[in-house]
Design a protein around this ligand. Structure first.
Ligand SMILES: [Zn+2]
Length: 320
């Protein structure tokens, strides 16, 4: 298959990463081993400490920063940020009628529709229709600007070799833009590490965290004082991990977490990859987490793995 990064820019295919560095610890890391023991082979779990960017877990070798895949609905919070900045009102409601909506070019995944939703409900339930409506209101390039700001389409700067920059080619037309944002056209691809950095960006209200294996001595405190716009989106992501949300299993397991699921189609849409990107605790975020499961879905596969990852992290946090 031709490299998809050619869709974006040829130069982006050559990652400007520094010379190869060894993985930081010669001995296998305990948290990585524990997570790999409960993970499918074709999956990746990344945990970043938000305060200093230290990579606390990264399973299955270098996969976290060398593979890139369509992110699916992980990008909906970023669509919300772009739309709110452009003047969208979070109380504005749209009615989702599901797959049967006669005039929709891009239908919702929910067969019968989500009904009437505001922004928080749309983030909680991951309604395609709502975000399509938001994209219709956006000026050209507004979404692409937010995606770049959140760290997509460029290397994160991790101190490891051969980092993929992912792919970022956003169509400014609403239908095509949502299709690319949902990963249906293969024009946006993110690495699991970028997904974790994106989650940290949301958690901190817009601070970009540079992931580091060798983080000792570089700790910097990032004030988790998001402005009203980020606070709103964070509330939606917290509800996504609540009883009615697509990541409800986190709340059911006792984690007051926040985040977004993603289920990205490939092979003409009849196979999917599952994602989760979020942070914990929701109120005072300490870590960002991303989970990718090949041939899976966000809710069924990635979220339960995120639960296991948080359990393993919590068990070891004092020794990390
Ligand atoms: Zn819907």
């Amino acid at each position: 298959m031709a490299p998809l990064c050619a869709l974006w820019a040829v130069a982006a295919c050559v990652s400007p990463t520094p010379p190869a560095l060894p993985l930081p610890e010669a001995a296998p890391r305990a948290l990585d081993q524990a997570l790999e023991a409960v993970s499918p082979v074709d999956s990746v779990v990344v945990i970043l400490r938000i305060g200093d960017g230290k990579v606390l877990a990264s399973t299955h070798g270098a996969a976290a920063w060398t593979i890139s895949e369509p992110p699916g609905s992980l990008l909906k919070p970023l669509i919300a940020i772009a739309a709110l900045r452009a003047g969208a009102h979070p109380d504005r409601e749209w009615t989702c009628t599901g797959r049967q909506a006669p005039r929709e070019k891009l239908r919702c995944w929910h067969p019968r529709g989500h009904g009437k939703l505001d922004l928080l409900g749309a983030l909680e339930r991951s309604c395609n229709h709502y975000f399509y409506r938001m994209l219709e209101t956006l000026p050209p390039d507004a979404l692409a600007r937010v995606l770049r700001e959140a760290g997509l389409g460029a290397p994160t700067g991790i101190d490891a070799a051969a980092e993929s920059p992912g792919v970022l080619h956003v169509d400014s037309r609403p239908v095509e833009g949502l299709a690319s944002a949902l990963g249906r056209t293969g024009e946006i691809r993110v690495t699991p590490l970028q997904a974790a950095v994106m989650a940290a960006w949301l958690a901190t209200g817009g601070a970009r965290v540079t992931p580091r294996f060798h983080a000792a001595g570089t700790e910097k405190r990032i004030a988790a004082q998001p402005g009203p716009l980020f606070s709103l989106v964070r509330e939606g992501l917290r509800r996504a991990a609540g009883p009615k949300g697509t990541a409800a299993a986190l709340g059911e397991a006792g984690f007051d977490a926040a985040g977004k699921t993603g289920t990205a189609g490939w092979v003409n849409g009849w196979k999917t990859h599952g994602w989760f990107a979020g942070y914990w605790p929701a109120g005072r975020p300490e870590i960002a987490i991303s989970v990718f499961v090949r041939d899976g879905t966000g809710r069924r596969d990635a979220v339960p793995l995120a639960v296991r990852a948080l359990e393993e992290y919590r068990r070891r946090r004092d020794s990390l």
